[in-house]
Each structure stands twice: as structure tokens, then as C-alpha cells.
Write a protein that binds this ligand. Structure first.
Ligand code: 6SD
Length: 243
């Protein structure tokens, strides 16, 4: 899979994509992530990427032409394979794990980063396939949301994570939060570890973990809990826990 992050601040994005899991996926060859400098797709002496808003108002708006030309260049370079072209904005649909799974199946993901007051609406309407938000708060630009999306998608690309089984335990995979985890020492500063995890009884451990997922999701995320479909076994686990 190829991921391009189009930005006026490539130096903000590059260190992140050379680090951690993202670097590993790239070494493994299953993933190619790059920062593309939006200014390379300008044609004037000052390499202008923004201009004043039509209709007046404070701040500047990012011009459409460099984005259109950048996407054309990157898609041509990638051989016009199927692509999703994402603009990150607080006005977008809320990004979630299901979208990450969907994007990980597409060979080319292009993330367009806005700045200032935002991007000319024609980019959003006629170039982007998706407008996404990573949460209800306002950032100074699209680089951090683009990196968040790139990270969430990358770890789902086969060959990026060391242990693909761990994906099954992720929060949100079955609409539930993940259970708590513990490691050695079994007692630290007087704080213990739930006995069942030390028992070696795999069926009991699985049941305990499932119950923790149910309890945490109900307690912490009523929005997710509303959508969970409980199995008869889940109902039994919860009933037993309540007694
Ligand atoms: C002006 C941007 C691009 C400014 C953003 C996205 C989310 N979820 N919060 N803030 C954002 C994206 C802000 O360029």
C-alpha cells in the first residue's frame, strides 16, 4: 500500500513516518509512506499556496490548483491504481476503526493537509473522496490528523504489525473496548494482578476478559454500548457479575 501526505510542512511529517511501526512496515516492503511538498506544485516565484477568501473575512484560504496538480502527479506516479483522497477537517465525518479497515484495502491513500482557514471548497467537492475529522476539537492544521489516519491504517496492512493476532484484541474490532492487560511483577507496591490471569485456566481467562470488555464499554462508552449485539454468553456473564 502507498500513502502520500500532501503538506506545506513536510518536515513536520517526515520524522514520524521514519519512526516506529510505520518505519517497520516500510522496511518490510508492504508499505510506502511519503510526505509530498505542496509547494512543489506551485508555479509562481513565491510558491504561493494560499490567498484571501472571496467574500472577505479573516485569514487565508488554501488555493485549489496545487492540490489538484499534486494528486494528479502522485496518482500518475502510482500507476492510477484505485485511490482514496482524504481531506482532514473539523467539518468531516468522524474517522473510526471501520474506516481504517476500509482504507487498508485500497492500494493508494492520499491525505491532503489544510492550513490557515482551510482549503478551497472545490478541493473538498471535486478532488477528495472523503472529508474526515479525528475528533471534536480544532487543530492548527491537517498534518496531525493525517498522521493519525496514516498510523491507524498502516498497522492494518499485512506485514506491518509483528503479531497479526493482536489485531483481534484491538478496541472497537467487535464494537467493544479492549480488556485490561497486566505483566510482571505479579505484585507491585502492594498492587496485585487479578488471580484468574495467573491461574493458567484459558477458558476462565477468556471469560474474564470478555466480561471486562463488556463492563468497560458499558461504563465508559454508552455510545458504543448502544450498538453492541450481546451473545447469550455475554448476557450470562453480565448476570453472573451482577450477583
Ligand atoms: C486548517 C485544518 C485541518 C485545521 C482539524 C481536524 C480535526 N479533527 N480537528 N482539527 C483540522 C484539520 C484543523 O486545516
Amino acid at each position: 500500500m502507498r500513502i502520500d501526505i500532501v503538506t506545506v510542512f513536510p518536515e513536520m511529517v517526515e520524522p514520524v513516518i521514519q519512526c516506529s511501526m510505520l518505519a517497520r512496515g516500510q522496511q518490510a516492503g508492504s508499505l510506502q509512506i511519503r510526505a509530498a511538498d505542496l509547494r512543489q506544485f506551485t508555479h509562481d516565484r513565491h510558491r504561493t499556496t494560499d490567498d484571501t477568501p472571496f467574500g472577505g473575512g479573516a485569514g487565508m484560504v488554501m488555493k485549489p490548483e496545487p492540490f489538484f496538480e499534486a494528486v494528479e502527479h502522485l496518482r500518475e506516479e502510482a500507476g492510477w491504481v484505485p485511490a482514496r483522497i482524504v481531506v482532514t477537517t473539523p467539518q468531516g465525518r468522524l474517522f473510526n476503526q471501520q474506516m481504517a479497515v476500509e482504507f487498508a484495502q485500497v492500494p493508494h491513500l492520499i491525505l491532503l493537509c489544510g492550513h490557515y482557514e482551510g482549503i478551497d471548497e472545490r478541493v473538498c467537492q471535486h478532488l477528495a473522496t472523503d472529508e474526515l475529522s479525528i475528533g471534536d476539537y480544532v487543530l492548527t492544521g491537517g498534518e496531525l490528523p493525517a498522521l493519525v489516519i496514516a498510523d491507524a491504517v498502516s498497522r492494518l496492512v499485512p506485514g506491518v504489525l509483528g503479531n497479526p493476532e493482536s489485531l483481534q484484541q484491538d478496541s472497537f474490532v467487535d464494537g467493544l473496548l479492549a480488556p485490561p492487560q497486566y505483566t510482571r511483577p505479579a505484585e507491585y507496591r502492594g498492587y496485585g494482578v487479578p488471580e484468574v490471569l495467573l491461574s493458567g485456566h484459558h477458558a476462565n481467562i477468556a471469560r474474564w476478559r470478555r466480561l471486562q470488555q463488556l463492563l468497560r464499554t458499558r461504563e465508559r462508552r454508552p455510545d458504543l454500548w448502544q450498538k453492541v449485539s450481546l451473545t447469550p454468553e455475554d448476557i450470562k456473564l453480565l448476570r453472573e457479575a451482577e450477583q
